[in-house]
Design a protein around this ligand. Sequence first.
Ligand SMILES: *Cc1c(COP(=O)(O)O)cnc(C)c1O
Length: 347
Amino acid sequence: MSFNLENITRENIKDLKPYSSARDEFVSLGEDMVFLDANENPYANGVNRYPDPHQHKLKALLAKQRGINKKQIVLGNGSDEILDLLFRAFCEPNADNIVSLPPTYGMYKVLSATNAVENREVLLNADFQPDIDAIFKVVNKNTKLLFLCSPNNPTGNLIANDLIESILTEFNGLVVMDEAYIDFASTASWINRLDEYPNLVVTQTLSKAYGMAGIRLGMCFASKEITTVLKKIKPPYNVNELTQQRALLGVKNSDKVATQVEEILVERKNLLKALSKISFIRHVYPSEANFLLVKVDDAKLRYEQLLNAGIVIRNRSNQPLCDNTLRFTVGTSEENTKLINVLKEIK
Ligand SMILES: *Cc1c(COP(=O)(O)O)cnc(C)c1O
């Protein structure tokens, strides 16, 4: 393969000099300095100073936990911001294109529309796996990004490793592995393979397994060359002080996350069994995430009935290959019991 980051980076981004913030020009080394450089209010209240634009503490902890170099990490206001940075760094509006594989996460389409980048959609096959031949039929020299979501939302399955490997090897743009649900999966993260594939970008988030959707913290792991480009264009203070503090605590307490994930996996198994026995549920798809996709007789009707009983789920029927499907997030034991009881009662 002939992947070359220079070739896929937009000219204006190559030439760009990033904004140099007050905190870039002077970094405190711990001594008692008087900070009169950023026009902040001097009265301390915990958040009167700008946050660390490089999130050093959080990155150091993440790097240690995941066994990679700190320089291989970019953090964002949710992984949605990371995905947007990828578009802006590598895709020339009204010229370049990306490939996404529906049914999948809706933001790839929204971000391509916002950035005026063509979204070439290649449907997953009946097993929800990528169709390699069809993908390479639509790929051309302007294809800059290819999104793989594994475990995939809303189908819940993992993408097969051999297919991912062949895409990584044959594709000359960036392969973005969206691992929002990796903590629930039975396989290892592709972070471990970054050294093998210079065109691999892995995104993760604290929004799902870590239970911190409210703070908005997304993570990107890639080569130092790729992270250097993304860091050039990210807003300097994109991860606020409160988020950095809470994220640090959450990542430090990853034991608690692991315990909750185990409980959610037990619940997922029980829920799958119970759902399979409901008369109007035709199929429950196996899941490697914290949700289950099910095929029903009449998704619209069942959605309304659940809503009337006070249970909010997602109707995914408008997605290709997802006719009459509903997506249930795995809740607490009590919530799942309530769901099953309601499902048993509705006619
Ligand atoms: C939920 C989700 C995200 C969103 O992550 P944020 O960090 O909350 O922006 C990204 N990708 C997929 C596949 C998701 O389901």
